[in-house]
Write a protein that binds this ligand. Structure first.
Ligand SMILES: *Cc1c(COP(=O)(O)O)cnc(C)c1O
Length: 239
């Protein structure tokens, strides 16, 4: 356990250095970027260690792993983000622990989230997940709505009881015009965020960048980076 704590502390320090350097290079204050540690596939004991090391935001992508983990860690001062593709039959469970859902990408999900948030007496922050590789009005392979669908979905979230529209999220595309061009992809997300904030000024979260491309995300203006592997190690199983 102590070994694991040392390992996580060292990894966290390296990630912190990378974020600080990226902020400095971009002329941004370090406080403008929030680190969200993606703890998927790792045990609750790791989440507890990370909390002790000062991590305040964690993210999960599968409800069946996340729900028991969040329950085990309910005494910790953590904000839980859900970042995975979300089926409507899992929404009730997710709303039980998630403070934010970063993967809102269709109207049926908005309806379900709103209903369960109201029932649970909770307010859930929502990020619209944008698929920069999706065709005009399609959804992306790994979830997300095409840029043309953001406005309508944002309006639905903003008007839904129990939900709060917080901003946009993306994963750098592996296919299409942005494949291999992470910074261009994240800049595009920033432009979409600028458009969104004209109608919804408070929806100022921009979640982009993972272990491999957090520098590009910070350079483009991201407010939240989601880092898994660089903090916890290479995941034992592919999820
Ligand atoms: C797993 C995951 C991450 C973290 O990826 P790493 O490459 O391990 O840093 C970020 N965002 C989402 C949506 C993920 O599923």
């Amino acid at each position: 356990m102590t070994d694991r704590k040392d390992e996580l502390a060292a990894n966290l320090a390296k990630v912190e250095e990378r974020i600080a350097a990226a902020c400095a290079a971009a002329g941004r204050a370090r406080e403008e970027v929030t680190l969200v540690v993606v703890t998927k596939t790792y045990p609750a004991s790791d989440v507890r260690i990370l909390s002790g090391l000062g991590v305040r935001h964690v993210a999960e992508n599968k409800d069946q792993d996340a729900a028991p983990k969040a329950a085990e860690c309910s005494d910790l001062p953590l904000t839980w983000h859900f970042v995975g593709q979300l089926q409507t039959n899992k929404v009730r469970s997710v709303v039980g622990y998630a403070d934010l859902v970063q993967s809102v990408d269709r109207s049926k999900l908005v309806t379900a989230l709103s209903r369960e948030a109201v029932k649970a007496g909770r307010e859930v922050g929502c990020l619209i997940q944008v698929a920069l590789d999706a065709g005009a009005s399609e959804r992306g392979e790994r979830g997300g709505v095409a840029p043309g669908g953001i406005e309508e979905l944002a309006g639905l979230v903003a008007g839904a009881p129990g939900l709060r529209l917080d901003g946009l999220m993306t994963v750098a595309p592996l296919t299409g015009e942005y494949a291999g061009r992470e910074q261009a992809a994240f800049k595009r997300l920033m432009d979409l965020s600028t458009d969104l904030r004209r109608a919804h000024p408070a929806a100022n979260m921009v979640s982009a960048g993972m272990s491999a491309d957090l520098e590009q995300a910070v350079a483009a203006g991201a407010t939240h980076v989601r880092v898994g592997t660089a903090v916890l190690g290479v995941r034992p199983r592919l999820r």
